[in-house]
Design a protein. Structure first.
Length: 190
């Protein structure tokens, strides 16, 4: 019972920070406006971790590498701690074990990014139906536009209803299936 509680707390706390760091990365990558409550929330929660890391991890072509690398390292650390919590042993192959956790952490980051995309597309679709001029609409439009644009070119609106979010959600769900299989295949190695 204690291990279940610890497992839950670790996943919740570490997962929250991974999602917030991913949100910061994607907000900056998509050049989304930060002058809104969500952008300020993400910045305030992650500045204590990202700003010191920027001294050692520079950006690359305007991409915030420190946020994504911190998210990756936190996810790998979480997987390692969960492995130890389940009774896993750290034996002689420390390098292989480190590579395994880093690989799993990368797969989890891609999976979390897809879940984040699904959530943002759903929120953007709801905002576009209820109040397309809401203060948060530009933020969600900036985050989803690059993913919806290819579908909007292929699928015209039907009766002034944009179906591109539906198709983007289907593609994101389809991408999650092989990721889950790949993560399980890698996880069986330890």
């Amino acid at each position: 019972m204690l291990s279940q509680i610890l497992h839950f707390l670790l996943e919740t706390i570490f997962g929250f920070f991974v999602f917030v760091l991913l949100a910061r990365f994607f907000l900056q990558l998509m050049r989304a406006p930060f002058h809104n409550p969500l952008g300020q929330f993400v910045t305030a929660l992650t500045n204590w971790l990202v700003l010191p890391a920027r001294r050692f991890i520079p950006g690359l072509y305007g991409t915030d590498l420190s946020s994504i690398l911190l998210a990756w390292l936190i996810e790998a650390l979480l997987l390692f701690l969960l492995y130890l919590l389940r009774g896993g042993a750290v034996a002689g192959g420390v390098g292989a074990l480190l590579g395994l956790f880093l690989s799993l952490g990368l797969l989890e980051l891609v999976r979390f990014s897809l879940y984040l995309l699904i959530g943002v597309i759903l929120i953007q679709a709801v905002i576009s139906w209820i109040n397309p001029y809401a203060p948060m609409a530009p933020l969600f439009n900036a985050l989803t536009a690059p993913f919806l644009r290819p579908f909007r070119r292929l699928i015209p609106p039907i009766g002034s209803v944009d179906l591109s979010p539906l198709f983007a959600l289907v593609v994101a769900q389809l991408l999650l299936i092989p990721l889950d299989y790949l993560a399980r295949a890698v996880a069986t190695l330890f």
